[in-house]
Write a new protein. Structure first.
Length: 262
């Protein structure tokens, strides 16, 4: 337990270093913000469209409630509509990472390479990914993770109806699950550059859950603010690169090297 708490603090520190890295180098910040901006516009439009049409969607999906009294029908459909929109917002954070990596794969690969070279001393035998391969990896991994997120969203939505538990524990679980899936996305390119598969990536992340969540939970919460994500995501990706380096070589702590401020 103490180790997990300590790891959580170290994870927050990795994210803090990610912020220092990108904020000290406008080139890296701009490189990471451009795909994030495009993705933000796409997903924000989709969420707004869902919010506008959610009443019609819920009414279409619940024809069995047409014969209920007006009060109960209204309460049920309002609660369901709010749940759909909240679930979509939570899912959009994971989707955001997947789409941003698909759209901006070469941008994020170059950020990973620069961070690894200047912070970790490079990655011997690192694989070149390229746009086509990064897009394929993003689509493949993104679909898997989005399906997992949907399954969790359904489960947590159902648990949300349990009195007290649904209003206290479920929101925390939602953040933890979303942050975990986000961490899997953020470490994709650094792991692929090292020739590691999604299965190996997930196994490595499970060895240091506290560390992973320490880096990913603040990112998840900050990315709920759409415009803030333009700065947060490049920093999170730099932090994810450091996290990957720490997990792949657990004996080598990624201490700062010359080139970026401590």
């Amino acid at each position: 337990m103490i180790k997990s708490v300590r790891d959580f603090g170290v994870g927050i520190g990795l994210l803090g270093r990610g912020f220092r890295i990108v904020l000290s180098d406008p080139r890296l910040l701009l490189r990471g913000a451009l795909p994030a901006l495009l993705t933000t516009l796409l997903l924000a439009g989709a969420v707004v469209g869902l919010a506008v049409g959610v009443d019609d969607l819920v009414a279409w999906a619940t024809p069995f409630a047409d014969d209920w009294s007006g009060t109960w029908r209204g309460l049920f459909r309002t609660a369901l509509g709010v749940g759909v929109v909240v679930g979509a917002v939570a899912l959009s954070v994971v989707l955001f990472a997947a789409v941003a990596l698909i759209v901006g794969g070469p941008f994020y690969e170059s950020i990973a390479e620069e961070v690894e070279d200047r912070e970790l001393g490079g990655v011997p035998g690192a694989q070149r990914i390229g746009f086509a391969r990064s897009a394929w990896i993003g689509v493949r991994d993104g679909l898997r993770l989005v399906l997992l997120a949907l399954l969790w969203a359904v489960l947590l939505f159902a648990l949300g109806f349990i009195p007290v538990f649904g209003q206290t524990v479920v929101p925390v679980l939602s953040v933890v699950v979303g942050a975990w899936l986000l961490a899997v996305e953020l470490t994709a390119i650094p792991f692929v550059r090292r020739g590691r598969s999604l299965k190996e990536r997930r196994r490595a992340l499970r060895t240091r859950r506290g560390l992973v969540l320490g880096m990913a939970v603040p990112v998840y919460l900050l990315c709920l603010v759409p415009l803030l994500a333009l700065v947060v995501f490049p920093a999170a990706f730099a932090g994810g690169t450091l996290l990957a380096g720490k997990l792949v070589a657990p004996g080598a702590d990624p201490a700062p090297r010359e080139g970026f401020p401590r």
